[in-house]
Write a protein that binds this ligand. Structure first.
Ligand code: GRF
Length: 209
């Protein structure tokens, strides 16, 4: 059994997808040990409490720098003996202290098919606005390991979602979540928890045997 920490800043629908799959018996090897938010009012904290998962509120204002925040987060997670960190809409940049302590043990969900519509400034609705503006006909979501860059780490899973002619950023965001994010993230956690993800030369090999 591995101990999982989910980091959130907002609504936490991806967190909910994980908690639902845990309750449904899909994640027998993963224990949700902790949910951390940098925002006090993040609704995801309520979702965690409702599922009986321990929560922590760690605001950035308590720290002088992003590095100091990352050190405090790292220390908290090491204290809690966390094996896997899941970023599910966490809007604080993860820096060296976290990335080095949890190399290939942090996963992020991004609402596009990386390497499209990713990197600095591509978060939330902005990702979908840019996809619509460019006129792509297919978008999707990506789960990847986190390295020191923004959305540059090894790709674990991707799923495509069609763009419809009358999509708005909001309708597209919802469909990408429903059809891709809420499925991919539990699947990635399951694969990790069962030791089926192997990273070689920045490429993830998924053991499906
Ligand atoms: C999702 O779109 C995810 O891809 C992105 O942030 C959003 C979080 O949504 N990284 P929620 O808080 O899980 O509802």
């Amino acid at each position: 059994m591995i101990r999982v920490c989910v980091l959130i800043s907002g609504g936490g629908t991806n967190l909910q997808a994980l908690l639902d799959q845990k309750a449904a018996g899909f994640l027998p090897e993963a224990e949700f040990a902790l949910v951390v938010s940098n925002r006090k009012k993040a609704y995801g904290l309520e979702r965690a409490k409702a599922a009986g998962v321990k929560t922590a509120y760690l605001p950035t204002v308590r720290f002088d720098s992003n590095e100091a925040y990352n050190e405090a987060l790292r220390d908290l997670l090491l204290e809690e003996k966390i094996d896997l960190v899941v970023l599910a809409g966490f809007l604080v940049v993860l820096g060296a202290p976290m990335v080095e302590a949890f190399k290939n043990r942090i996963i992020n969900i991004h609402p596009s098919l990386i390497p499209s519509f990713c990197g600095d400034g591509f978060y939330g609705l902005k990702v979908h606005e840019q996809a619509l503006k460019r006129g792509v006909k297919v978008t999707g979501a990506t789960v990847h390991f986190v390295d020191s860059g923004t959305d540059t780490g090894p790709i674990i899973l991707q799923k495509a979602v069609d763009i419809l002619p009358d999509d708005t950023p909001e309708s597209l965001q919802l469909r990408v979540m429903q059809q891709a994010e809420w499925k991919l993230l539990p699947e990635a956690v399951k694969l990790f928890s069962e030791g089926r993800l192997h990273v070689k030369d920045q490429v993830v090999q998924v053991d499906r045997s």
